[in-house]
Design a protein around this ligand. Sequence first.
Ligand code: SF4
Ligand code: SF4
Length: 243
Amino acid sequence: MTHSQTVPVLPSETFCFDCSPDVPCFNACCRDLNQFLTPYDILQLKTHLGLTSQEFLARYTQMHMGPETGLPIVSIKPDPGRDRPCPFVTEKGCSVYAARPASCRTYPLMRAVSRSRETGRIAEHFMVLREPHCRGFETHVSRTPEQWLETQGAVPYNRYNDRLLEIISLKNRLRPGPLGFGEAYLFQMALYDLDAFRAHLFEGDGRHDPDLTGETLEAARSDDLALLELAMEWVKRKLFGDI
Ligand code: SF4
Ligand code: SF4
């Protein structure tokens, strides 16, 4: 195979794939990076590395504005070099394996979701991405996409990432075009720089924000997941009002 191929697969349909340090292509997928990070990815990585979100973003990421959404997009900054390696790849594999991002857990699958307007239920759609360098398909081990995501620990990631997708989809529907500088900054700070958002809530202007009160706020003082949940709700309210 010389070109990449994508093949649709149902959530309950099996596909043959396996990956381990014994494959001849070990680490080949951790180069030529174009690796987007979600707020939940960043929370897991910065916690694993013992860094603040500011330190993690400055050291390991780059940001640009999505041309279609007008929203900030954060991705891993590859190390310098011809094959643009991930800063976390080592000869022994991924040095942040326990906290690797959702896209690393999902590969070789591509996952998309659609939400029913009537029931709000989310339906998952999958494609298998077959790339020439990946030898993981030369196996008889078969699993369904649902089983693969389960074994890779991707399920909690997808729960939070789907909420981000909902915000992006609302943005595209209700607020097409670029956001103003102030709103784009609030979006980036609340979702991607959680430590700055916490400082905003408890030490900055957030103390006088009528949208930031109650039990959830108190939980967010010390609980990062509660903080991320609050950040998502706050961003929705700031951008779209009471919808
Ligand atoms: S985070 Fe880990 S698994 Fe993902 S690209 Fe980097 S080294 Fe590879
Ligand atoms: S290229 Fe495929 S089989 Fe090889 S290490 Fe990466 S995911 Fe595993």
